[in-house]
Design a protein around this ligand. Structure first.
Ligand code: 44T
Length: 853
């Protein structure tokens, strides 16, 4: 990371008194001249050093030299970046910010570098600072919107908008403080709300800690705005690093915390509480019957939790975690071997896997079917440190669950009840109207397994490496035990349902024999969205048809041309097989089968962008089994140092017949730099060649959705539990929501679907960046958002929609800053703008009286 040592040195230098010194003035003016000369000669590194010297010695030149200095810095940084001198790059930015600490352009640009290097939080901090300095700085705003979710996660809005939850926490805290808990520590304070509740309830001393820097700063602002800055001590720390008396003067009588995720333990609450009991809390109350003053004993809110689980059938979950098809675009998937999503849980921890994912069951497209009644997986008492400590060494527990409905076993869904105290509890269950998602433990077997009523499902429950682990291990049917082993071909694997993919089993068994490799290591991991993409038959079929059309057209053209040139000259080159090869480039991000689909057409050499070795292996295996010669599939990133080499000619004399661009991100946004890539691609196409897709049409609809509002900002004019929080956290509101499921979003449709925008990737001139769209309201209501999605035209006839049922894409929505009231028949004017792949929409009512505008 950028170092900060330069700051102190410069500070000392700056304080030195200025005196008349001709030698120094001479140095300044000669350095300035050198800087300008070097800049002119494009020697940016030397120019940068000269500028630094000048501006450090003579700050009065700052205004004069600012523009040239920035330009020099950016050019030099580009060079450093391209040769991988990352530390030097950040050092330069640090030095530049020493000279211009409040330069929003430099801050924003440094943020962009940080973002590209994967330092998202740091990047976000830089964009935020740039924006604070210049609120109308469009680039910084768009950058900030892209990363705001990392700074302040969206669930903060949901939680603060959840009045039921807020009130229950408040009541429990009030009661505890009234019962004598007057020294309080809020672990993971977020906006500071629970700490403020304790103070308001009359606690004498309140401490709070927060590990996220942004949240810590936000909490400080909020606490100050509520007049409690002197009375709540907030620390920017993880609770595990806190000690008495260094951080808090003595042990406290109450810890309040909501450091729980959808799977209960994912935020580390077990470890935090064990540490708190040993280091930060007074000893617990000894016996249950003890009443009265609690100031000398310690306790925790929440007091404990009960975790529930349920087996479910759910197509939406299945298609994101398992391969559900046997062929893709006419190609058998048998040779692919085992493909799995990165979410998998067994009793033993595995660092490469996430044990669960999260979903709001009530919003899953296509719904879900409960196959068992809910069962209790675990009870935990947060006030019992022995119990907390014993969790990870507890034996794996085996539960037998009666199957109540027939259905395919896709996942275990998990939720919990948080017992704040004896009276108040919160539930995160699928039926509750709360802000919570449920934890999903997908079942990973490559076979489908249909459970029948009266079967008994055997589930193992354990708690290793601080996660609650649940896995379906077997089914008891008619007195027989069938193991649900994950691996194909393992000796116990269940055989109740015919394997839809028997060839796969054979192939991977063969592969094992040949390589003498244990099967447990032989699988390839795909992201959930990549898995859903593979399962999307329509998408691949559409590509297959469009590619076939293009390739046969080009082959015909080449044949004619070949005949002509053979006739015109004696040159043999035009008729050699190589010259008739067509070249197809796929620059999709992540795993893609499209190059194989192209190569299967024959006389096509396809270039894939897949980078991961395991995934390349899968593609090679599939190529072999589809009779694609090894020379016809190339992984072009293997030969490329960096992205700059992207989109080049396949070979000196050839151009591309087709370039496949991956234009929409899974989250529902247009990919960054899409239009730049398209214009590059256009220059590299052979005559008659094509970019896939050739055109994207953006559609949208006016909707009234309270849900979207609750997720985007703290709503309403009223203070939250009497505290002023909304204006502070709402600074992190972003106008575009991503990862939406429009099909299950609770909303009222206020208009028909309307075309918002067209992006023509084959024709630069056809593109515009602003468009006014008129749309008529068909129902009265409040327009709160405009969800949008895409129809992706591979060619003029063949298209796929990102809204389709089996799409791997989610949708996005612009949430309006202020809801707009409409009556039936009102015309709404939408100013749609596309800037650097970011869509923004402003809406106003056309026929409203002027003062209503
Ligand atoms: N999300 C639930 C998690 N922290 C809730 O930095 C519920 C997810 C959720 N600070 C949809 C809806 C919902 N010491 O700011 C965070 C975090 C901080 C700590 C200091 C520690 N040991 C920790 C541990 C965490 O605590 C805050 C809250 S944690 C997560 C809460 C609405 N999807």
């Amino acid at each position: 990371m950028p170092n900060t040592s330069a700051r102190q040195k410069h500070g000392r230098r700056a304080r030195r008194r200025r005196r008349v010194d001709p030698a120094r003035d001479e140095l300044i003016s000669s350095s300035l001249e050198s800087a300008q000369q070097c800049l002119f000669n494009q020697d940016y590194g030397t120019a940068f050093v000269h500028y630094l010297l000048v501006l450090n010695l003579a700050p009065m030149f700052k205004d004069f030299a600012r523009e040239s200095f920035r330009f020099t810095l950016f050019k030099w940084a580009e060079e450093l970046d391209s040769v991988g001198r990352i530390q030097d790059l950040f050092d330069c930015y640090e030095q530049a910010l020493e000279v211009f600490p409040a330069d929003e352009v430099i801050l924003n640009s440094m943020g962009e570098h940080l973002f590209r290097m994967g330092f998202r939080d740091e990047a976000a901090g830089h964009f935020y600072k740039a924006l604070k300095l210049k609120p109308d700085f469009l680039e910084a705003r768009e950058n900030f919107y892209r990363v705001a979710n990392w700074l302040v996660e969206r669930w903060h809005f949901l939680m603060l908008n959840d009045h039921g939850r807020n009130q229950k926490y408040q009541q429990a805290i009030q009661k505890a403080v009234q019962n004598g808990c007057n020294t309080v520590l809020d672990i993971g304070t977020g906006t500071g709300i629970l700490g403020m509740c304790a103070k308001k309830a009359g606690a004498a001393e309140v401490y709070a800690c927060e590990l996220s820097k942004t949240m810590y700063e936000l909490a400080c602002e909020v606490v100050t705005a509520n007049g409690m800055d002197g009375s709540i001590k907030i620390l920017h720390k993880k609770s595990l690093e806190m000690e008495v008396p260094k951080d808090i003067p003595h042990r406290v009588s109450l810890v309040v915390t909501e450091t729980v995720d959808a799977g209960l333990f994912g935020e580390g609450i077990i470890e935090s509480l064990i540490h708190a009991w040993h280091n930060l809390l007074l000893p617990p109350k000894r016996d249950e019957g003890e009443f009265g003053d609690q100031s000398n004993t310690g306790r925790v809110i929440p007091a404990g939790a009960t975790v529930f689980g349920m087996a479910v059938e759910c197509l939406e979950i299945r298609r994101h975690h398992r391969l559900c098809i046997t062929e893709v675009g006419g190609m058998s998937m048998a040779a692919a071997g085992e493909l799995r999503s990165p979410v998998s849980c067994s009793s033993e921890p595995d660092d490469t896997m996430e044990p669960y994912t999260t979903e709001r069951l009530s919003r899953l497209p296509g719904g879900y079917k409960a196959l068992t009644e809910p069962f209790t997986a675990l009870n935990i008492d947060f006030n019992n440190v022995q119990e907390l400590e014993g969790l990870s060494s507890r034996e794996v527990r085996e539960l037998r669950l009666l199957v109540t409905q027939e259905g395919e076993l896709d996942a275990l869904a998990v939720w919990f009840q948080l017992h704040l105290d004896e009276e108040n509890s919160l539930s995160t269950g699928p039926q509750e109207d709360t802000c919570w998602e449920q934890a999903i433990y997908p079942v990973h077997s490559t076979k489908s397994f249909v459970l029948k009523p009266q079967d008994e499902l055997i589930v193992e429950v354990s708690c290793r490496d601080a996660y609650l682990r649940l896995s379906c291990v077997a089914v008891l049917r008619d007195g027989q035990k069938v193991h649900l082993d994950k691996r194909v071909g393992s000796p116990h694997s269940g055989n109740l349902v015919p394997n839809p993919n028997p060839e796969a089993e054979l192939c991977s068994a063969l592969a094992c024999l040949q390589t003498n490799q244990s099967q447990t290591e032989d699988f390839c991991m795909l992201e959930c969205s990549e898995m859903a993409l593979l399962n999307n038959q329509d998408y691949h079929q559409s590509f297959c048809r469009a590619l076939t059309k293009l390739i046969s057209k080009l082959k015909a053209k080449n044949q004619n041309h070949g005949q002509r040139s053979a006739f015109q000259s004696d040159s043999a080159t035009s008729t050699t097989p190589n010259s008739s090869l067509l070249y197809v480039l796929d620059v999709s991000e992540g795993f893609s089968l499209l190059p194989l689909i192209a190569a299967r057409q024959g006389h096509v050499k396809a270039y894939s962008s897949v980078e991961k070795k395991k995934q390349q292996e899968v593609l090679r295996r599939l190529a072999r089994s589809s009779d694609i010669s090894e020379q016809h599939l190339e992984f072009w990133l293997n030969h490329m140092e960096d992205e700059h080499g992207m989109l080049q000619r396949p070979s000196r004399e050839k151009l591309w017949s087709a370039i496949i661009l991956d234009c929409v991100e899974t989250c529902g946004l247009i990919r960054q730099k899409l239009m730049e890539k398209a214009s590059l691609a256009r220059c590299l196409l052979e005559e008659g060649g094509q970019i896939f897709p050739e055109k994207i049409v953006v559609y949208g609809m006016l909707v009234e959705s309270d849900t979207l509002l609750l997720e985007s900002a703290v709503q309403g004019q009223k203070p939250t539990l009497g505290f002023n929080i909304a204006p502070f956290i709402n600074q992190f509101t972003v106008p575009v929501h991503v990862f939406l499921d429009f099909s299950t979003l609770e909303c009222r449709h206020l208009s028909e679907t309307v075309e918002l925008f067209v992006l023509d990737l084959m024709d630069a001139n056809a593109n515009y960046t602003n468009r006014d769209v008129k749309v008529q309201a068909m129902s009265a209501g409040r327009i709160t958002a405009i969800p949008f999605w895409y129809r992706i035209y591979l060619d003029q006839e063949i298209s796929v929609s990102t809204l389709s049922q089996n799409s791997h894409w989610k949708q996005a929505a612009v949430v309006l800053q202020e809801p707009l009231e409409v009556r039936v028949g009102d015309w709404v004017s939408l100013a749609v703008k596309l800037h650097k792949s970011t869509i923004s929409i402003l809406a106003h009512i056309e026929n409203a009286p002027a003062q209503m505008d």
